[in-house]
Design a protein around this ligand. Sequence first.
Ligand code: PMV
Length: 362
Amino acid sequence: MTEKDFILESYPLTLSSGQYCWSSPSNIALVKYWGKKEEQIPENPSVSFTLDACKTTTKLSFNKKGGLDNSYSFSVTFEGAEQDNFKPKIQTFFERVESYLPFLKAYHFEIETSNTFPHSSGIASSASGMSALALCLMSLEKELNPEMSSEYFRRKSSFLARLGSGSASRSIEGELVVWGAHKEIPESSNLYGTKYPFEVHNNFKDFHDTILLVDKGEKQVSSTVGHKLMFEHPFADERFKQGHKNLSKLIKIFKNGDLPSFIKIVESEALTLHAMMMTSHPYFILMKPNTLKIINKIWEFREETGLYICFTLDAGANVHLLYPENQAVQIYEFIKNELVAYCQNGHYICDRIGFGAKQLPI
Ligand code: PMV
């Protein structure tokens, strides 16, 4: 599908008001997206586990406006309180998606949103937040055009979410989602995320992700700035090629369940992401001393026990611990006894692979 396929010529129905509510999860990338072209087109394909517990719930209420008001009209509340500081992001999102949702200026929207995870946890809410809002808007478009297929609905939701935040394109479906064209994955696209289409070994079913909250503060460098620093980055071309190769390797690993090889790729991807940050101009470091302490503890524990725990990192200091369901009891003991001490205020979040966004009754 191309961009043009996401523009509907006209709508058979009209609607004066209504409400929709969606709950949409966060996701954790195994092969990372870092570096983009214009219009949120990724420089390399990425693949992620959809999460289950870390979610945003968004209720969108809308009323048709009277008169010829030619601007976006919306209010936003976060966990019950007005949030004017969310408005510029939503304004930019509306500007980017308007040509695909021509009804945007015809309504006043009330956006009520909340997260299951604490706001200041260092967990980015852009993936879950932007996907939940995109899904609410797609529910409205579907009501204006009830013939829309569920596949079109999912793809366009992911397409719109991508225009809000790249990684949000991977939050619509579960359990493994690919975003970015890859030669071995039919249907993979730079425009939207698609469900991973091949066989996945039972070792990856019910995989756990325990998120250790090392630093709950605001990051010093945003993802937007970080992505831009991949322009003219000395190692960018090699990194983008590596992303493609690592995804090819993961296709085999997902099939044969080879956990040692899985660990090598996932940890290397995490450290490469941070290596890109440390070697850009200007350079920056988002890891904290406790991030490194945790990584070393994991390596020691793995060496001693042979258990398949590994880590990955987002653009921040928090550590995502990934491990299989059948080793969860022993690994959880290790987390509680050895790792929680490195978390800010002892805080961590137990999550696992999830099945994607859900519409909630109003
Ligand atoms: O979606 P953005 O623009 O916030 O970028 C997210 C990038 C990483 O989380 C670091 C990697 C990824 O693929 O999710």
